[in-house]
Design a protein around this ligand. Sequence first.
Ligand code: TRP
Ligand code: ZN
Length: 883
Amino acid sequence: MRTETPQPVRLSDYRPPTHTIDEVALTVRLAPQKTLVSARLKVRPNPKSDAGPDAPLVLDGEAIELRGIMLDGVPLAQGDYAVTDESLTIARVPAGPFELEIETACNPEANTALSGLYRSNGTYCTQCEAQGFRRITYYPDRPDVLARFTTRIEARRSDAPVLLANGNLVDSGEIEGTEKHYAVWEDPFPKPAYLFALVAGNLAVFEDSFTTMSGREVALKIYVEPGKEDRCAWAMASLKSAMRWDEETFGREYDLDIFMIVAVPDFNMGAMENKGLNVFNDKYILARPDTATDQDYANIERIIAHEYFHNWTGNRITCRDWFQLCLKEGLTVFRDQEFSSDVRSRPVRRISDVRLLRSQQFSEDAGPLAHPVRPSSYIEINNFYTATVYEKGAEVVRMLHTLIGGQAFRAGMDLYFARHDGEAVTMEDFVACMAEASGRDLSQFFAWYEQAGTPRLIVTDSYDETAGTYSLTVAQETPPTPDQPDKKPLDIPFAVGLVGPDGQEMPLVLDGEGAMERPVLELTQREQTFRFRDVAARPVPSLNRGFSAPVRLETDLGDGDWLFLMSHDSDPFNRWEAAQIYAKRLLIRLAGDASSGAPLADAPDFAEALGRSLRDQSLEPAFKAELLGLPSETDLAGEIARNVDPQAIHDARRHLQASLGRALSGELQDIYERFATSGPYSPDADSAGRRGLRNAALGLIAMADGERGAAQAFEHFRTAENMTDTIAALSALTRTNRPERDRALDAFYAAHSGDHLLVDKWLMLNAAIPFPETLERVRTLMEHEAFSITRPNNVRALIGAFAGLNPATFNDPSGDGYRLLADVVLELDPLNPQVAARLSGSFKTWRMLEPGRRALAKAEIERIRACKTLSRDVYEIVTRILG
Ligand code: TRP
Ligand code: ZN
């Protein structure tokens, strides 16, 4: 807990480590409340350090008890070292290599922060990224210290029959005269401490194998709680397809003889890429048709791939310091996006990525938590595992790919792997490889890593009929963000097309340059004009195709143009985008009317255009399902940006859904009937797309017609043959205020109370009910036997969903929603600061609210800040949010 004001760490203060570690031999004697760790470190002064060989050795350590310390076999006396809450310092160490042996103890059972060594439902497991290893032993806990690890684990066989760590198993057996056994694991690849992992417990295993492109056989093992083995097949299939894809797409082969995944129920995030031993939140492993939705299946495939891809982008080449987090995260998200685009539908994956970027990252970039993809300072690094680092970080890599082209990008990646394998590097190193491989100057492009805020592109056009020329003028402008008042112009790939009045694509011939090889304009100045010739008729421009740059677009296109693009654009992403923009404009007008009490109009033109798309045989069902999904309430709030009335936004969106449901009832019922599946469930993308479209239709039907809609949704629930349909029916019902809703929720809980993943779905559905009574419901559910504040999945499902997915109720004009969130943050902070900090981020858009709610929210954030014992994590978030 905090004793003084936390101080920021700055990128500009980076210094190479004074010492480096070549080898670590750990012995971990597991016991629930007192685990003994002995660490033998081979240390040597770092020749690259500017501190010289006489520098003291400072090791990080937190929440551990020091029991003994020896240097080159000689025990150190009390005066030879100093221990604080955060470190162990040895003032005088040899100028050459030496060996240090450190004995410590820690308490896994008391570790509710889930960082370091803890127990999840009885299983011992570790989480070391970013700074958890220091909670296991004293160590230079920074990513630029790379060592070879050997791990010996000892435990009672009855407590922990399975003992796992990174690398290869080299020895195991009984410990004579005890009830204990041991296992020794050796990882031949030098790695930073954040990639260390150890797991021990009573686990069942699901096995398979993979033959790599060079013909080596790799054993694949997924460990789960006993009885869950029948939910591993999809995760395994996903792993194998990711392994093959990385060989085919990037030439990357797996490098150990064994790859293990462990699924645990209590985990601070989604999953972790520890070398050879990934640890997963079990919601991203376990799946069976009757327990997991299509969305779960897709998430599992994506996250398995993400963690696997880290083996090359993150593990073999790692980050020099935590400011370079996007080096591994942005790049690995880009890689997992490309993977799903190849194995599923590219436009559908792009749409869902852009939805996520808009709802999470744009809102972050527009408020007090805005930061560059590579931040320049932090108080608590765990607060920087953000949508900006991950999602915008991936967009920046995607823009590089677009600017230099696929071939040069692959060459740049090859160069990166060849040049930096085994190193801890920076963004500059990565971009230098791309610059070299493409022969381009990427210095202006680099500002994408350093400049926060979402750029606005203001586009105007003009057509000269007699000359047959068409001009696009594009101005760029990035709004100020905290600590960055002035922005430079960025290097932006801007993909465009011109759609003729007949709906056909027109050729792109740049005046003075001839036909464009690739339809991508490069913006580098504050304002630029591009003139196209041979344009026979006035076109409608299709701008930022495929979302080629993460920007906000301002144009003077009118409603008619958007409807036109919605039906005719050859770029599928922009067809969806046109529908989104049209809906956004409509919803903002409706929200204004809702706020002032004016009657809300219907939208026959939009309904008609949607209806045409629904009947278009050339569009895939999953894409049509995306067309039916209106922009989120969060996105609309972000667009309005000032004096936001969340209830008015909610009412407007509800109204439009109901109105579309009525106008399209024929088409929707037709879809509902035609897309009913028969036969066994298959998780493939096409089948999922068909279910997705049918369930999207059901959602609108339920909104349109209170009584009959709810009855149909209830019938869908009653007859569902897979979890996808069950959850779709429940989500449709939760948006209604009809008795069927609670009947279905009660039946669901009664049927699934023994399955924690399904209980979390139930908590989330309850939290998302968009009516004021949900405030009381959430408070009551916090006392329910199914909820525990120390389980992050429970907290995210109930409280996270309430604050994130239910804006109307969270922002209740009474302020009770804010009070509830502040209460939970204050209760959780001493137990699990990482999760508490993430929850407190739900306040980040408070300044956009209308004055009444703004004052109430502010008071609750200030109440949190007033707490004297806040963790660094929550302290940093609330002080930044208050500004
Ligand atoms: N590196 C992990 C990933 O992106 C995420 C991660 C970071 C994490 N810190 C964590 C996971 C703490 C669990 C707990 O895949
Ligand atoms: Zn990652």
